[in-house]
Design a protein around this ligand. Structure first.
Ligand code: FAD
Ligand code: SIN
Length: 544
């Protein structure tokens, strides 16, 4: 990508205030908090996060965490469902790790105090979601994310040896002798950026749903981690695969309120404007088909009807059950004027989850030594072209736990003295200029939604690339001094990577649908697209 700046600001580390730790963790969602909890007893850990500790996508998770727990289930079945949903691009080795280590990760969560719903017998209750061949979703009502997030936050706060900094924005990585040795950071109470040196850095910055007009992702999901890693020279993979969730509540809220797939797991129907259950006959699992398939059928139904939503029908499910099992959704729909037991609720597809990200191996190692990634910002290969529902929280748990296992070997490769000797200078030739950052973000969302949304084409993607480049030409020349401007630069970087990869992939697979190449082409495209700063051409690989 020719016009991405090397860093977002110019700096010289020797002129700035410096702090240091063994391990720098960026992000306080399930991935960042799990990494901190696993490693603080052995390493001096600093955890930085852009907002308050609880401001994460993790907090909003509704459906739950997938894990094979019932007698009828097994890691093998979970493996098969994950591979099937991923449309031929899941990395088998990574998926094996995920399903085999799921149970231990769940036991860890329970021992920390996460209170999953249980039947009177004491057994954990399991729910069903799209693409799963049986019930395997552990949940706490419809607020599983906030239960997990609160528990992990309490634990981290109780560890006095974890240094936590909220409202702290990480701008860029520090790279010394081809190793990530820390980050350059904006702290709320400091006028100048601060240098954080570390022997290893774990990136856990979540997704990039804010690139779209309509999304479930919280405002902080601006793709910072992917942009930072790309600028620092790490490989980025599978970014053409953006998952749209079939059922966002159709109203004006931003982010859109999600209506969990678990409702369809309890029997809710999708109906078009004429009242037809349009998923029946399209897929053997009907409303519980994998998300990419349901979303495309919703788009077709909306087109047929000339409407921008379809309907979720829960009126045949007993009211007591709806109120007890989905109390938050029940209340929220009521606030919008819909009674789940009487009314059909208008819903539409919403940008929800980035399958791709910073490429890692099964121990979270990125291609840049010293830099690890976990959670939604990472691409471990477990989601392939389409994530199986409720595998994301699990991914954060399992893979953040694995980073800790190999840190010992890696962290020893560089000494504290060597790092603090690093005298790094980076120039940036931007000018200060006042622009309406929110308006520019909105413009970008319009472009991404129109041309890099559920249905893409060569023409549209080329148009998107021209428009994004024009915005980049304007915005990358500016030296911002506030978070919104830096987020805009990150969003533009990730948007371009996504549009480029989507243009390169001349087929349809999972969440990536091309109207001009509507078939899956295994002989040519059963491979990953890897992008790296400075590479003239993308790399292709059969495995992550
Ligand atoms: P997050 O939880 O998003 O945390 C990212 C962290 O990084 C935040 O603390 C943020 O402040 C910080 N950060 C970002 N940029 C910077 C920066 N520049 N500097 C410093 N800090 C930064 N998945 C499931 O498996 N099951 C579900 O039921 C489910 N339901 C969902 C419902 C909703 C509404 C949404 C939006 C997602 C849902 N998902 C679900 C997906 C899942 O919640 C997320 O993928 C997962 O929680 C991501 O965790 P994470 O730790 O990677 O990132
Ligand atoms: C949902 O509850 O429908 C979301 C689950 C997920 O994104 O995995």
């Amino acid at each position: 990508m020719k016009n991405v700046p090397h860093r977002l600001i110019g700096f010289s580390t020797k002129d700035l205030k410096q702090r240091s730790s063994d391990l720098l963790i960026i992000g306080s969602g399930i991935a960042g908090l799990t990494a901190a909890i696993k490693s603080h007893q052995e390493y001096k850990v600093t955890l930085l996060t852009k907002g308050k500790l609880k401001e994460t996508a993790t907090w909003y998770a509704q459906g739950g965490v997938a894990t094979a727990m019932s007698e009828k289930d097994s890691p093998e079945l979970h493996y098969q469902d994950t591979m099937k949903a991923g449309a031929g691009l899941c990395d088998p080795k990574a998926v094996r790790v995920l399903v085999n280590e799921a149970r231990d990760s769940i036991d860890d969560l329970i021992s920390l105090g996460v209170d999953f719903d249980r039947a009177l017998s004491g057994k954990i209750e399991l729910a069903r979601e799209g693409g799963h061949s049986l019930s395997r979703i552990l949940h706490t009502g419809d607020s599983t994310g906030s239960e997990i997030q609160s528990t992990l936050v309490s634990k981290v706060k109780s560890c006095s040896d974890i240094q936590i900094k909220e409202n702290t924005f990480v701008l860029d990585f520090l790279v010394y002798k081809n190793r990530c040795v820390g980050a350059i950071v904006l702290e709320p109470e400091e006028k100048n950026p601060i240098v954080y040196f570390a022997k290893a850095v774990i990136l856990a910055t979540g997704g990039c749903g804010q690139l779209y007009k309509v999304t479930t992702s919280p405002l902080l999901a601006t793709g910072d981690g992917i942009a930072m890693a790309y600028r620092a020279g790490a490989e980025v993979c599978d970014v053409e695969f953006m998952q749209f969730h079939p059922t966002g509540l159709y109203d004006k809220e931003r982010p859109r309120f999600l209506i969990t797939e678990a409702l369809r797991g309890e029997g809710a129907y999708l109906r078009d404007c004429a009242g037809n259950r349009f998923m029946v006959g399209v897929h053997p699992l009907a409303e519980l088909a994998p998300r990419d398939i349901v979303v495309r059928e919703i788009v077709k139904a909306m087109k047929r009807c000339g409407e921008d939503h379809v309907y979720l029908d829960t009126t045949h499910i007993p009211a007591e059950k709806l109120e007890k099992r989905f109390p938050m959704i029940y209340e929220r729909c009521k606030e919008s004027g819909f009674n789940l037991s009487k009314d059909m609720v208008p819903v539409s597809p919403v940008a929800h989850y980035m399958m791709g990200g910073v490429k890692t191996d099964t121990f979270g190692r990125t291609s840049l030594p010293g830099l690890y990634a976990s959670g939604e910002t990472a691409c471990t290969g477990i989601h392939g072209a389409n994530r199986l529902a409720s595998n994301s929280l699990l991914e954060g748990l399992v893979f953040s736990g694995r980073i800790y296992k190999i840190l010992k070997d890696d962290i020893g490769k560089i000494s504290k003295e060597e790092i603090s000797d690093a005298d790094l200078t980076c120039s940036f030739f931007g000018n200060k200029k006042d622009i309406d950052v929110d308006k520019h973000k909105e413009l970008l969302r319009e472009i991404m939604t129109t041309f890099v949304g559920v249905v893409r084409s060569k023409e549209g993607l080329k148009e998107a690339l021209i428009k994004i480049s024009d915005l980049q030409d304007e915005v990358f020349k500016i030296q911002f001094d506030e978070v919104g401007g830096f987020e805009l630069q990150n969003m533009l970087t990730v948007a371009k990577l996504m549009a480029q990869a989507a243009l390169i992939r001349e087929e349809s697979r999972g969440a990536h649908f091309r109207s001009d190449f509507s078939e899956t082409n295994d002989s040519k495209w059963k491979k990953h697209i890897i992008l790296k700063r400075g590479l003239q051409k993308p790399k292709f690989s059969k495995f992550i």
